[in-house]
Design a protein around this ligand. Structure first.
Ligand SMILES: C[S@@+](CC[C@H](N)C(=O)[O-])C[C@H]1O[C@@H](n2cnc3c(N)ncnc32)[C@H](O)[C@@H]1O
Length: 263
C-alpha cells in the first residue's frame, strides 16, 4: 500500500461512529471492496439463493449506499428492503440502488415501519465492526430476529480481526502484529476506487463469538465458512476472480460468513 491514508474524521466518521453522517456515507460509497466482491458478497448471495426465491422478502440490515442490496435484488430476484441507522446512507442508496424495493431507517435499535416476521431472510454485511459492545451486537441480532419468520435464514458477513495487518487488495484490518480482543478498537483501511486509501475506526469481533450470541438472540444451527480464492473461482465473477493473483487473499482469507436459522 503506497498512498498514505487519510485519518479518521478527515472525511470519514463525523461523530466517532464509523461511516456516520454525510461525509461518512460519501467515504464508504467511494471504496471499491474488491476483496469483498471476491470472498464475501458472492458467497452471501450463494447462501441466500439456496433458501429464498423470486418475490421473497430479503432485508439488507445496514445496507449502506445500497450497492450490495441492489445486486442481491438483481441476482436473486428477491424483494429486497434496505435498512440502516444513517439517513445519509439511505439517501445515497435511494438514488442509486434502483432494484431495491424500499428503504427503512433504524431508530433507537428498531427498524421503522417493518412488522414482526415480515422477512424470509436477512443479510448483514460488515455492520458488526461499527458496534462497540456485545450488548450492541445482541441488540442488532434481536431486532433481526424480530423481523424474520421462524425458519428464516440469517447470513452475516464479517472480517476476521485475527487477520490483522495483512495487506489485501482492498482492505487492511488493524495493524501488523497486533492481537485484538472482543470490542477492541482497531483501524480498518479500505481502498477507494481512485486507488487511495480510507481509514476508519472500527471494533474487533472475533468470529468464534458469533454463534453463541446468535443463539442468545433466538437463532439456531449457526455455522461458519471462510471462503477461499479457489472457491471464488467458481462462485464469484470468473473474469474478475481470475484477473489478478490475490496473493494475500490466498495466503490468509480474511472474511467469514456465519449463517443461522431463526428458531
Ligand atoms: C461498512 S458499512 C457496510 C454497508 C453494506 N452492508 C456493505 O457491505 O456495503 C456499515 C453500515 O452499517 C450501518 N450501521 C451501523 N450500525 C448499525 C446498526 N446498529 N443498525 C443498522 N445499521 C447500522 C452504517 O450506517 C453503515 O451504513
Amino acid at each position: 500500500m503506497s498512498d498514505r491514508p487519510e485519518g479518521p474524521g478527515q472525511d470519514g466518521a463525523e461523530d466517532g461512529t464509523a461511516w456516520s453522517g454525510r461525509a461518512g456515507a460519501q467515504a464508504f460509497a467511494a471504496v471499491d471492496a474488491e476483496t469483498d466482491w471476491l470472498l464475501g458478497y458472492p458467497f452471501v448471495f450463494r447462501a441466500l439463493s439456496r433458501r429464498i426465491g423470486t418475490g421473497q422478502v430479503l432485508v439488507d440490515y445496514g445496507c449502506g449506499p445500497g450497492k450490495v442490496a441492489d445486486q442481491a435484488a438483481r441476482r436473486l430476484g428477491a424483494r429486497v428492503l434496505g435498512v440502516d441507522t444513517s439517513p445519509e446512507m439511505l439517501a445515497l442508496a435511494r438514488g442509486s440502488a434502483t432494484a431495491v424495493d424500499g428503504f427503512h431507517l433504524v431508530e433507537d435499535g428498531r427498524v421503522t415501519d417493518l412488522p414482526d416476521g415480515c422477512a424470509d431472510a436477512v443479510m448483514c454485511n460488515h455492520v458488526l465492526a461499527s458496534l462497540p459492545t456485545r450488548e450492541a451486537l445482541l441488540g442488532v441480532f434481536s431486532e433481526i430476529r424480530r423481523l424474520v419468520r421462524p425458519g428464516a435464514l440469517f447470513v452475516l458477513l464479517t472480517t476476521d480481526p485475527a487477520c490483522s495487518g495483512t495487506e489485501y487488495a482492498s482492505l487492511r484490518i488493524g495493524d501488523p502484529g497486533e492481537v485484538y480482543g472482543p470490542g477492541d478498537e482497531l483501524t480498518v483501511r479500505l481502498r477507494r476506487t481512485d486507488g487511495s486509501w480510507q481509514e476508519m475506526p472500527n471494533h474487533a469481533w472475533p468470529v468464534g463469538l458469533l454463534p453463541a450470541l446468535l443463539e442468545r438472540a433466538g437463532f439456531r444451527a449457526a455455522s461458519q465458512h471462510r471462503p477461499t480464492v479457489a472457491e471464488a473461482l467458481t462462485v464469484a465473477d470468473p473474469d474478475f476472480a481470475a484477473g489478478r493473483p490475490w496473493s494475500a487473499e490466498r495466503a490468509r482469507p480474511p472474511l467469514v460468513i456465519t449463517t443461522a436459522s431463526a428458531a
